[in-house]
Write a protein that binds this ligand. Sequence first.
Ligand SMILES: Nc1ncnc2c1ncn2[C@@H]1O[C@H](COP(=O)(O)OP(=O)(O)OP(=O)(O)O)[C@@H](O)[C@H]1O
Ligand SMILES: [Mg+2]
Length: 313
Amino acid sequence: MDPPASGTIPIAISVDGLRKSYGDIDALRGISFTVDRGAIFALLGPNGAGKTTTVEILEGHRRRTAGDVSVLGVDPEHGGRDLRERLGIVLQSAGFDRELTVSEIVRLFASFYGHPRRTDDVIALVGLDEKRSARTKALSGGQRRRLDLALALIGDPDLIFLDEPTTGFDPNARRHSWEAIERLKALGKTIVLTSHYLDEVQRLADWVVVIADGMIVAEGPPSSLGGRDVSEAEIVFRLPEGQCWSDLPEAVRRTASEEDGFVVVHTMTPTQALYVLTAWAVARGSELPALRVLRPSLEDVYLELTKDATEQR
Ligand SMILES: Nc1ncnc2c1ncn2[C@@H]1O[C@H](COP(=O)(O)OP(=O)(O)OP(=O)(O)O)[C@@H](O)[C@H]1O
Ligand SMILES: [Mg+2]
């Protein structure tokens, strides 16, 4: 049976009870998730968590031990060329002929596909215009990674796998890659990303799955992962000139502590606490110096979620 045509299925990937063992190592211990079509989906997890294993099973590069997997409506173990033509893949480490130039190698890869994108467009999309005549052996690490991305995009895939796409990039190159990935999303592509950079995931991902030790420990949008949007807030400020600790409103003092010259208030109701605090300051005609309201960052939540898995090592 032919797979459904593009645009007819809202789910790009579904995974149910996926297991993978390498001998007696249980790399994946029964994970289930779905990836919506047109979304950017991120897999986060410590070294050895099982991210590359998962991605390579989805790509059809590794066989699974158990579980159901569907990629664009097809089992990737039996997808064949039809499925491969619809996938764009950036491996965690790739190799290619180092004597070829950037445009030669992109053109070579284009010849593998029925309906490739234009070589020049793809080179421009990844920001390698100035290097199109350079031999690949003369590229820097970050530039080589951009070439990897170009090769993944040349077949005009519907679904793109990016395994640590910006590892080793300088901050500027990372920004450019993020923009390239956002342009792909705007074209309607589905993107599966692994990364160790929390800021990258925060910026790009619509949905994050955190795996540790072969199991899913949390999933959700980056803004609310692990309940970070509703967890305890910290209000931090300095006492205004001429005010001392005992002048603070009783309700604030009860939940406050002094840390390095700052007053730190821990509260589940920051709106209320701020109301009391700012009313107190305004009544005294003062500002609250260095006032900040903090929630746990994605990194805080991630470290907490993966603490057990990393402590076992
Ligand atoms: N071909 C293999 N043979 C045996 N064990 C393997 C093989 N590939 C991966 N593993 C093991 O499976 C586990 C998961 O590895 P995987 O490469 O999926 O981790 P990862 O999450 O991608 O890690 P990283 O962040 O370091 O890239 C690890 O314990 C790893 O040693
Ligand atoms: Mg990996």
